[in-house]
Ligand binder design. Structure first.
Ligand code: 4NP
Length: 155
């Protein structure tokens, strides 16, 4: 059975769509059969495409994310996904509060999967400059590589 992974940030327009794209690329590269999605804990941008700066950095790295649309994480997600991966500790805390008693999803931070970066956040680039999105891309790529290797090893 394919493992399913949901990436969660605040708005679902910057970090989590980039994490979704980076992880999809990495899963394809190593031949990992997974289902991947992203969502936000906030609801300001529901139905909107990713931030133009996120679309631009993805495109610069060879991925089109312009078709993605923001959605909010819901109770069903804790039953549907094997892993829910938060991009920072604020979102992880919100997810822990929302988690239903019998939800199957394992919660963690993306960078918990990177040796030496456990507990670190992928910083919110929303109020930053275009260069911050390059840092976001580097961080989500590093996290996606480590997470894909870990899930592949779990079998
Ligand atoms: P994201 O970035 O959580 O990486 O999608 C943000 C997007 C929107 C807002 C904050 C962060 N906002 O406050 O609207």
């Amino acid at each position: 059975m394919a493992k399913s992974i949901l990436f969660v940030c605040l708005g679902n327009i910057c970090r989590s769509p980039l994490a979704e794209a980076a992880f999809r690329g990495e899963a394809e590269r190593i031949g990992l059969n997974v289902e991947i999605d992203s969502a936000g804990t906030g609801d300001w941008h529901l139905g909107y495409p990713p931030d133009p700066r996120a679309v631009a950095v993805a495109e610069k790295n060879g991925v089109d994310i312009s078709h993605l649309r923001a959605r909010k994480v819901g109770a069903d997600d804790f039953h549907a996904f094997d892993h829910i991966i938060a991009l920072d500790e604020q979102n992880l805390a919100n997810l822990k509060r929302m988690q239903p008693p019998r939800g199957k999803a394992k919660l963690s931070l993306l960078l918990d999967h990177v040796e030496g970066r456990e507990g670190q956040a992928v910083a919110d680039p929303y109020y930053g400059e275009a260069e911050h999105f390059d840092v976001t891309w580097r961080d989500v790529t590093e996290g996606a590589r480590a997470l894909a290797r870990r899930i592949a090893a779990e079998g």
